[in-house]
Design a protein around this ligand. Structure first.
Ligand SMILES: Nc1ncnc2c1ncn2[C@@H]1O[C@H](COP(=O)(O)OP(=O)(O)OP(=O)(O)O)[C@@H](O)[C@H]1O
Ligand SMILES: [Mg+2]
Length: 266
């Protein structure tokens, strides 16, 4: 069983390539859970609706979308509606039994809403602000996922979770993929993005051991930083390898067989 995540930019540039690559393996019987991102698409629709997307940076240098009540509405419309259903319909056209779910469906992902978050403001000062509609994942309904997988479904999951008050929350897609991989004890976690892997001094790192992650953190920029952290967590909890690779070329899932991209290993 593999968990595959693709970010918004990779999906915008190569949706067909990514889905073909998934479909080819799903048709051969590989059990797949596909988590999609789509931050850039959400931002585009927010602008169309007259809103300006907001981002915040944590003291660890991790940049995230800031979701207030109005933005959550657009987030859910785009993620659970437009993107999820487009992916599901295309996979079906490729002969895959695909089912699309958000983390709210069947309580697939339960999260804790962040009451306050600490950010670094424009002047470099730390500040606590209300957390908005963002959550940290606490629980994965493995029974639901395993049930669907055993019926031959390929799952397409939007990064939305259910909070403790049953409110919808934006959750990070890298985190969702990592938590699902850990909960299901997936064999591999593959994170597809718009670069060839983790780049250090102009070169793609072939391997990162989990005990090397902390020292690397300050040398890796935002976006990639979070992926490395989430991959290391998955590998520490039993996933045999987590791979960060390009979602842009032909057959992106071949990174697993060809051993390309950056491999995070125990
Ligand atoms: N050391 C690094 N190696 C590779 N990429 C890096 C590094 N530091 C920063 N990055 C950036 O991280 C980006 C990938 O993370 P990002 O969050 O932007 O994409 P994504 O998660 O695939 O898509 P999205 O967040 O839009 O769904 C790369 O495009 C790259 O610009
Ligand atoms: Mg991202």
């Amino acid at each position: 069983m593999f968990v595959v995540k693709a970010g918004g930019r990779a999906l915008e540039q190569n949706l067909d390539g990514i889905l073909k690559s998934l479909a080819e393996r799903a048709r051969k019987g590989l059990r797949l859970v596909f988590v999609h991102g789509g931050g850039d698409v959400v931002s585009r629709y927010e602008r169309l609706m007259g809103m300006e997307p907001k981002f915040v940076v944590s003291p660890q240098g991790i940049r995230s979308r800031y979701t207030d009540e109005k933005e959550l509405e657009v987030y859910v419309m785009v993620m659970a509606g437009k993107l999820n259903k487009e992916i599901v319909s295309r996979l079906q056209a490729m002969g895959v039994k695909a089912i699309g779910l958000t983390g709210a469906d069947g309580g697939l992902l339960r999260a804790e809403r962040k009451k306050r978050i600490v950010i670094v403001d424009e002047r470099g000062r730390k500040r606590a602000i209300p957390g908005g509609y963002t959550g940290a994942i606490r629980e994965v309904n493995t029974e639901l996922i395993e049930g669907l997988l055993s019926q031959g479904y390929t799952l397409v999951i939007s990064p939305i979770a259910l909070g403790s008050g049953y409110e919808l929350l934006n959750v990070d897609a890298d985190q969702a993929a990592s938590n699902i991989a850990r909960a299901l004890k997936a064999e591999k976690l593959l994170i597809l993005t718009d670069v060839d892997g983790v780049i250090l001094d102009g070169k793609v790192l072939e391997k990162i051991r989990t005990d090397e992650v902390e020292a690397l953190q300050s040398k890796i920029g935002v976006g990639m930083n979070r992926k490395v952290m989430m991959c290391a967590k998955a590998v520490k909890e039993g996933v045999s390898a987590a791979i960060i690779a390009s979602g842009i070329g032909e057959d992106p899932l071949s990174a697993i067989e060809k051993k390309s991209g950056t491999w995070i290993i125990p």
